[in-house]
Every structure is written in structure tokens, then in C-alpha cells.
Design a binder for this molecule. Structure first.
Ligand SMILES: Nc1ncnc2c1ncn2[C@@H]1O[C@H](COP(=O)(O)OP(=O)(O)O)[C@@H](O)[C@H]1O
Ligand SMILES: [Mg+2]
Length: 249
């Protein structure tokens, strides 16, 4: 793996918004380091600052103060065009509202990130999109329009799009919010696969305990600050990992 070992390095990250003449501190001094290949879940109640944090990490918003490096890059210093390019090539973003383009087919939505100067042949792009949709249980939906799909299906299309270019960083705002338990498991499998194959770092906002349990670490946000961090404890011990007292000879 090339490049810096940290996917995200945020120190004293502050984001304020002016609302009716008052300053709201949506993020109030966040310190967060995420290694390459690490999976961090972000939890916290509504208004805690989760989406604000994701927008900064995902290079969608640069209105912060403090220190922020994403994949070794200080985003504040990049000109707009370079920032868009960086975002498109290096970061997969799954929006809470999916943000699919309604006029494009499912397949074209998934292939969209490759249309901004990616070094892949059209045939490779198509193959990747088909494989991802297949893995996500949408193999026969390539030509459909997003409006013909359920919320859970659209969410999976958004996930396929975010994974198309095998980004080193994947940022997801409640990616399993509209999905049943079985589909959530399937998506976690695909995300973990991407982590193992490409060293993708995952930062996922979630309310789903099953998602948080899969993460290496859970960060609890409250009123713009990190309240605490929890290391994930595996839900079920590996078989053979522990021997009961007085057990096998
Ligand atoms: N663009 C914005 N303009 C003004 N206030 C905002 C904006 N985005 C977020 N906020 C405020 O910042 C706080 C954190 O919001 P958000 O990050 O969306 O929380 P969460 O995703 O945890 O529910 C909230 O008080 C919200 O109203
Ligand atoms: Mg939010």
C-alpha cells in the first residue's frame, strides 16, 4: 500500500454555521485518526454533527478550522478543480438520500464516477458495474431507472457507485438505513471485502448495532464533540478460541 498510513487525520476540527445571526458549532473540536483499512462507525443522536463530520472527511465541505488531512492531503489547500478530482478518484461517498441521478439508468449511475477521467476502458468500467450490481443482488436491474426501485434497492445502487473506482476511503451516511437485516449483512460483507482487497478505510454513520459491531471502533459524537470511543467486541467468540475451564484435556 502506498501513501500515508492515516486515511484521516483530524485535529481540533471545528465547523460553525451562521443561523439567524448566531453561530452554531456543529463540530466543536474533533480529534479523529483513522488508519488505512480501518472501519470506524460513527454514532450519536440527531444533530450531533455526524453528517457535518462526514461532509468534511468526504471533501464536500472545506469551511472548517483546525487541521484536516484526508489520505495525506490537506483539503483546504487544494484549488476547486483539484478538490473535485481528488474527491472523485479517492473517496466513495454514500449519501443518506442516495443522490442518484433520476434521468440515468441504474448502470449509468453506477458508472458515473468513471466518466471524470478515470484510467479504465469502457469495457472494464461496464464489467465492474455489472459485477458490483450482481454482488448486491441487482444483477438484472442495469437498464432500469432509479424511480422504478425501492429505497433499499436505490441505496444499494448508491453503494455500487461509491465502490466503482475502488477508493481508498469510503464514507457512508447511514448506508443500511433502508435495508433489512439480511441485506445489511450482505452489504457489510461487500464493504469488508473492499477493505481486504483494496485497503479501503470505512467511516460509516449508523444507528444499526449490527453495523457498529462489525466496525473496529465506534466513535460516539455528541453536540459536536467526541464523547467517547469504544473498541468493538466481537459478538460471538471464534470457535476454538477459548477453552472452557476444566474442558479439553
Ligand atoms: N448547512 C447548515 N447550515 C446551518 N446549520 C447546519 C448546517 N448543517 C448542519 N447544521 C447544524 O449543525 C448541527 C449538526 O448537524 P448534522 O451534522 O446534520 O447532525 P447529524 O447528522 O448528527 O444529525 C445541527 O444543529 C444542524 O442544524
Ligand atoms: Mg445526519
Amino acid at each position: 500500500m502506498s501513501g500515508p498510513t492515516l486515511a484521516i487525520d483530524a485535529r481540533q476540527l471545528v465547523r460553525t454555521f451562521a443561523v439567524e445571526g448566531r453561530q452554531i458549532r456543529a463540530l466543536d473540536g474533533v480529534d479523529l485518526q483513522v488508519k488505512r483499512g480501518e472501519f470506524v462507525a460513527v454514532v450519536g443522536r440527531s444533530g450531533a454533527g455526524k453528517s457535518t463530520l462526514l461532509n468534511l472527511i468526504g471533501a464536500l465541505d472545506r469551511g472548517y478550522t483546525g487541521h484536516l488531512q484526508v489520505l495525506g492531503q490537506s483539503l483546504r489547500e487544494l484549488p476547486d478543480r483539484a478538490l473535485s478530482q481528488f474527491r472523485n478518484q479517492q473517496i466513495g461517498f454514500v449519501f443518506q438520500a442516495f443522490n442518484l441521478l433520476p434521468g440515468l439508468s441504474v448502470g449509468d449511475n453506477v458508472m458515473l464516477p468513471a466518466s471524470f477521467g478515470a484510467k479504465l476502458s469502457p469495457a472494464d468500467v461496464r464489467r465492474r458495474a455489472e459485477n458490483l450490481l450482481q454482488e448486491l443482488g441487482l444483477g438484472d436491474r442495469f437498464g432500469q431507472l432509479p424511480s422504478q426501485m425501492s429505497g433499499g434497492e436505490r441505496q444499494r445502487v448508491a453503494i455500487a457507485r461509491a465502490l466503482l473506482l475502488e477508493p481508498p476511503l469510503l464514507v457512508c451516511d447511514e448506508p443500511t438505513g433502508s435495508l433489512d437485516g439480511q441485506t445489511t449483512k450482505q452489504i457489510l460483507g461487500i464493504l469488508n471485502d473492499s477493505r481486504e482487497r483494496h485497503g479501503t478505510a470505512l467511516v460509516i454513520v449508523t444507528h444499526d448495532p449490527a453495523v457498529a459491531a462489525t466496525a473496529d471502533r465506534t466513535v460516539v459524537l455528541d453536540r459536536g464533540r467526541i464523547l467517547r470511543e469504544e473498541q468493538s467486541v466481537p459478538a460471538v467468540a471464534e470457535s476454538g478460541a477459548a477453552t472452557p475451564a476444566g474442558g479439553a484435556p
